[in-house]
Design a protein around this ligand. Structure first.
Ligand code: NBP
Length: 466
C-alpha cells in the first residue's frame, strides 16, 4: 500500500513526490492529464513513486487513514479536486492542500471537509521547485489532533536548519498555515524590492558594473546579511548572457510580475489595520514597473543630477547597513500582521517558531531569523519586533546610513520606495507627535467627528470659527 498520495504533478507536486520517495515513503501520484504523469515517470523513474491513471485506483492504493496532498493550481481546481475525492474517501482520511491557496478559502474548505467527517490541512510550502525537491519550509495549518498523522512525513521531507531542526512546525487551526505562507511571501516581496533598490544605488550612484555589484553582494553574504536572496543576487550579477556579450541581468526586461500572495498580504493588512507599507511599496513597485508610459515619461521629465558620493567604500558599507536596517523594519511589519492575525483568528501563532522554520528551505531564509526567534523566546508577548532590545540597538546604529542612502537616492531621482517607507514607518513608530491632532481638528471642523482633549477624558465637539 502507498503511504501518501499526491494529486497534481506539475513542478511543485512532482518535486515534492520525489522528495517523499527519496525519504523512503511509498508515494502514489495522480495528475488530471495522464500525459503529464507519464512524462514524469519517463524522466524521473523512482522505485517508491507509483503513478495512477484514474483517481479511483489512486485512492484505493493508499493505506488508511488515507493521506492525500493536493498540489494543483490554487483556486477553483482545489474545490474541483475535493469534490472528486470526497465520494472516494472515508471518515478520518486526510486531505492536505500544499498549494498557495487563499487562507479564507482554506478556512471554508476545512469546515466543509470536517462536516464530511474528514480532516483538512492547508499547508504553506515555500522554496519553489528546488525547495520542494530537496527540502522546503513547511507551514501546516489544520486539526491539531490529526496533525500527528502527518507530522513525521512533513518533518522528514522539510529542510533542516543548521542545528538539524526540521523547518516545519504546526502553525494553528484551519487557515493558519496558508496565512503564514501568505505573509512570508509578502515579506519576500519587501526583501526583494530592498535588494533591487540597493542595486540601483550601487549602479547609478556608485557607478559599479555588474561584476563589481556581484562581488559587493558576495561580500555582503559573508556577514549579517547572509541569506538565500543575497546569495542568488551575487550569482545573478556574475551570469553572462549566452546569446550576447552582455550580463544576463541587462538583457532582462525591466518589468516584474506577481501572483496573488503579495497582493493578498496587503489587502489583509488593510483589513486588520496593520501598516505593512514596505510590502505595499514592493507590490506597487512591481505594478509601476509594468506601466507602459514609463519610457515616454522619462523623455518628458528633466534628468536629475546624480548626488555626489563621499567614496566607494563608504557607499558600499552604507548600502549594506541600509539593507539591514530596512530588512529589520520589513520583517517587523510582517510579524506585526501575524501577531494581529493570531488574535483576530484565534490561532495562537507561535511567532518565534515561525521565524525558526524560515531559516532553511524557503526564499526568505536568512541568518537574522535566529534573532527573531530569540526575540520571541526572550519575551513571548513582545508587542513589536522593533521594541526588542537587540533589534532596537541595530536599527539605531544603522539608521543614519539608511537615511543617507535613501536621501541620496531621492535627490538623484532613483526610486527607492521600500527604503523610503522603512524610514517613514520608523518615524511614525518612534515619534510621539505625528500630526494626528491636526487631522482630528480637520475631521471635527468639516464633519463634527469630535476629538479627545489631552487635559480631559471623553470626546468633545467644538463650534469652529464662531
Ligand atoms: P500550477 O499552479 O501550474 O498548477 C498545475 C497543476 O494543477 C497541474 O497538475 C494541473 O493538471 C492541475 N490542475 C489544474 Br491547472 N486544474 C485542475 C483541475 N480542475 N483538476 C485537477 N487538476 C488541475 O502547478 P505548480 O506550479 O506545481 O504549483 C502547484 C501549487 O503550488 C500552486 O498552488 C502554486 O501556487 C503553489 N506553489 C508554487 C510554487 C512554484 O515555485 N511554482 C512555489 C510555492 C507554491 P493538468 O496537468 O491536468 O493541467
Amino acid at each position: 500500500m502507498n503511504q501518501i498520495g499526491i494529486i497534481g504533478l506539475a513542478v511543485m507536486g512532482r518535486s515534492l513526490a520525489l522528495n517523499m520517495a527519496d525519504h523512503g515513503y511509498k508515494v502514489a501520484g495522480y495528475n488530471r492529464s495522464y500525459e503529464v504523469t507519464k512524462q514524469m515517470v519517463e524522466k524521473n523513474p523512482h522505485e517508491n513513486f507509483i503513478p495512477y491513471e484514474t483517481l479511483e485506483e489512486f485512492v484505493k492504493s493508499l493505506e488508511k487513514p488515507r493521506k492525500v496532498m493536493l498540489m494543483v493550481k490554487a483556486g477553483k481546481a482545489v474545490d474541483a479536486v475535493i469534490e472528486q475525492l470526497l465520494p472516494l474517501l472515508e471518515n478520518g482520511d486526510i486531505i492536505m492542500d500544499g498549494g498557495n491557496s487563499f487562507f479564507e478559502d482554506t478556512i471554508r474548505r476545512e469546515a466543509y471537509v470536517k462536516r464530511q467527517g474528514l480532516h483538512y490541512f492547508g499547508i504553506g510550502i515555500s522554496g519553489g521547485e528546488e525547495g520542494a525537491r530537496k527540502g522546503p519550509s513547511i507551514m501546516p495549518g489544520g486539526d491539531c489532533e490529526a496533525y500527528e498523522e502527518i507530522r513525521s512525513i512533513l518533518e522528514n521531507i522539510a529542510a533542516k536548519s543548521e542545528d538539524g531542526t526540521p523547518c516545519c512546525t504546526y502553525i494553528g487551526e484551519n487557515g493558519a498555515g496558508h496565512y503564514v505562507k501568505m505573509v512570508h511571501n509578502g515579506i519576500e516581496y519587501a526583501d526583494m524590492q530592498l535588494i533591487a533598490e540597493a542595486y540601483l544605488v550601487l549602479k547609478h550612484i556608485g557607478k559599479f558594473n555588474n561584476q563589481e555589484i556581484g562581488k559587493i553582494f558576495e561580500e555582503y553574504q559573508k556577514g549579517e546579511l547572509s541569506s538565500f536572496l543575497i546569495r542568488i543576487t551575487s550569482e545573478i550579477f556574475q551570469e553572462m548572457d549566452d546569446m550576447s556579450t552582455q550580463s544576463l541581468v541587462d538583457m532582462i526586461k525591466d518589468s516584474a510580475q506577481q501572483k496573488g500572495t503579495g497582493r493578498w498580504t496587503n489587502m489583509e493588512a488593510l483589513k486588520q489595520g496593520i501598516d505593512v507599507s514596505m510590502i505595499a511599496a514592493a507590490g506597487n513597485a512591481r505594478l509601476m514597473s509594468n506601466k507602459e508610459t514609463r519610457k515616454t515619461a522619462e523623455e518628458h521629465y528633466p534628468r536629475i543630477k546624480i548626488a555626489k558620493i563621499p567614496n566607494h567604500e563608504t557607499l558600499i558599507e552604507d548600502v549594506r547597513k541600509s539593507l539591514y536596517a530596512a530588512k529589520i523594519i520589513a520583517y517587523a511589519q510582517g510579524f506585526d500582521l501575524l501577531k494581529q492575525a493570531s488574535t483576530a483568528y484565534d490561532w495562537n501563532l507561535p511567532l518565534g517558531k515561525i521565524a525558526s522554520i524560515f531559516r532553511a528551505g524557503c526564499i526568505i531564509q536568512a541568518k537574522f531569523l535566529n534573532d527573531i526567534t530569540r526575540a520571541y523566546e526572550h519575551e513571548k508577548n513582545l508587542s513589536h519586533l522593533l521594541l526588542d532590545e537587540v533589534f532596537e540597538k541595530r536599527v539605531i546604529s544603522y539608521e543614519n546610513a539608511l537615511r543617507q542612502i535613501a536621501a541620496q537616492a531621492m535627490l538623484s531621482g532613483i526610486p527607492v520606495p521600500a527604503m523610503a517607507n522603512a524610514i517613514s514607518y520608523l518615524d511614525l513608530f518612534t515619534k510621539n507627535h505625528v500630526g494626528a491632532n491636526l487631522i482630528q481638528a480637520q475631521r471635527d471642523y468639516f464633519g463634527a467627528h469630535t476629538f479627545e482633549r489631552i487635559d480631559k477624558d471623553g470626546s468633545f465637539h467644538h463650534e469652529w470659527g464662531k
